[in-house]
Structure formats: C-alpha cells, structure tokens
Design a binder for this molecule. Structure first.
Ligand code: ZN
Length: 151
C-alpha cells in the first residue's frame, strides 16, 4: 500500500476513535444487540431504528480499542439510510477485504470509506476488533438470540 494512503487511513481511524460518530444510546430504538470481543475487551451495543426495510437511524455505545470503536463509528455513518440487504451486502465486502491475504487486492469501489480498514488484514487478531460491530449489527437486524462474541 502507498505510504501516503496508509498514513491517511491511520489518521481516519484515530479521528473516528477520538470523535466517534453516532456514539450514543437510542431510547426509541426498534432493535438493539450487544457484542463482545473477549480477546481484546471490546464491548459494544448497537441501536437501530427501522422504517420498513430501511435503517432510518443507527447508533452505538460501549467501549473498545481504536480499531473496534472507529469501525463501529464508520459502520454507522455508512449504513444510515441503507436497506437491511444493502447493509448485509456491504458487510460481505468488508469481510472479504479484512480476511484477504496480505498483499491481495480488494474491490475498493464496493466498500467505499470502509477501505480505511484494508490494512487490518495484516493483523489477524485485529480483524475481530473490526468485524465485532458488524456482527453485533447483524444480530440486531436478524435476531438469533445468541450472544454475539468473536470467540
Ligand atoms: Zn479491539
């Protein structure tokens, strides 16, 4: 990866960690789910307000490392106004990007701003931090009643 881009991505992660977007509880949420990453200590709750199939509003609270918190922040920013199906499709692309081999390409056009996390694939233990908010959201969208944990 180009060093300038790497630097920019690191700054974006630090910015979202320091000033997370949509970082608050939502009293009138239709759906909520909690997720844990015991390896790192990340613990978040995701709140969603649906209008039919559309994610009308989405927020989160909790605590975790810079990767998990900024991933949750950017996820909520990316998904507001999207449909449930679009959210799932986006996670599939993000997951592909995060779990690809080091040096392998990914489709940046399909992940948009979430390309910020493309370097995380070099740190396998951090992939769980980045995907935790997504797994938590999916449980909120389609509840299975199972506890969301990365283990
Ligand atoms: Zn973490």
């Amino acid at each position: 990866m180009n060093e300038d881009i790497r630097e920019l991505y690191q700054q974006m992660i630090m910015d979202h960690n320091k000033n997370p977007r949509n970082f608050h509880a939502m009293a009138d949420a239709d759906r909520t789910a909690e997720g844990y990453n015991p390896l790192c200590g990340d613990h978040f709750k995701v709140y969603v307000k649906m209008e039919g199939e559309i994610i009308k509003d989405i927020s989160f609270d909790g605590s975790g490392c810079a990767i998990s918190k900024s991933s949750a922040s950017m996820m909520t920013a990316a998904l507001k106004g999207k449909t449930r199906a679009e959210a799932k499709a986006l996670f599939e692309e993000v997951h592909k990007m995060l779990s690809r081999g080091i040096g392998e390409p990914f489709d940046a056009a399909k992940v948009g701003k979430l390309a910020t996390f493309c370097g995380v694939c070099e740190f396998p233990s951090r992939v769980k931090c980045a995907t935790l908010p997504w797994h938590t959201l999916l449980e909120g969208l389609d509840p299975t009643g199972k506890q969301v944990t990365t283990e």
